[in-house]
Design a protein around this ligand. Sequence first.
Ligand SMILES: [Zn+2]
Ligand SMILES: [Zn+2]
Length: 288
Amino acid sequence: MRFESGGEPLTTSGTVVTEEGWLGVYFYGRRADEELPRLNEGEEVEVVEAEVIGKETQPPGRYGQGRLIAVMEDLGLGTKATRPNIIQNLYDRGYVHGDPLIPTEKGIAVAQALKDFASEIASHEMTADLERSMDAISEGKISKENVVDESRDVLRRVYENLTESEQEFADIVWNGIRGDETLGKCPESGHKLIIRRNRKSGKRFVGCAGYPECRVTYPLPQKGTIIPMGTQCEACSSPEIKVLGGKRPWVTCINMDCPKKQEQREAKDEGGEPSSRESAQELERSTT
Ligand SMILES: [Zn+2]
Ligand SMILES: [Zn+2]
């Protein structure tokens, strides 16, 4: 339906199911009707309220592995056989986690450092170019020597640039790695909570950057990769982490006395719901 108010065109729409069809059988697919009042053409309605809503454009959705492979194909990156390996490398080196892929701080830092100091080899155009040259070599259209000489020149240039800015490059990457070790804020002192290792036992735990003045610590699972979620537990507002490397990734807050974990323990005693039960057990087992 179209309206006009103060010279501005306005529209609204609604949906009402008039014939059920397959929805009569599969009623899960049915959405609530949005019925609009019956109006005739040219009819005047009263403006009850007007408000300005401030909205921002939403970022595009993250790429899942399948979509990423399709994009690589479009950009001419890798081959059918190597694309899944290239993506797996990103996981293995701790640059991304999850699917859709979420970059870690380390991953973002490495990409930034390469862009800043080795942009020539970090661009997808360069990689696609090389890929095309190799096809051309195998088809006998250009000589191998040409391609190798050109690539060598590029690499030499990039290498020189990297050697000159070694320290800056390292600083950026170290910052990223430290970012992945920072879980949130200490509830007692407001310092950062950081993943640390016990010097004697080698066991990891969460400690406060305000140590030795502040002695807040939390236990951590000893196995698997720990990814800071940057989120807070609904129940106790401690930082949440994702633990990778078990049967499947699991998300938990770092507080062992969290009321939510208490609930899960009770549910376990009563033989409650298995998924929450497992994660509570898993954390207990893996921190000891
Ligand atoms: Zn503290
Ligand atoms: Zn909690």
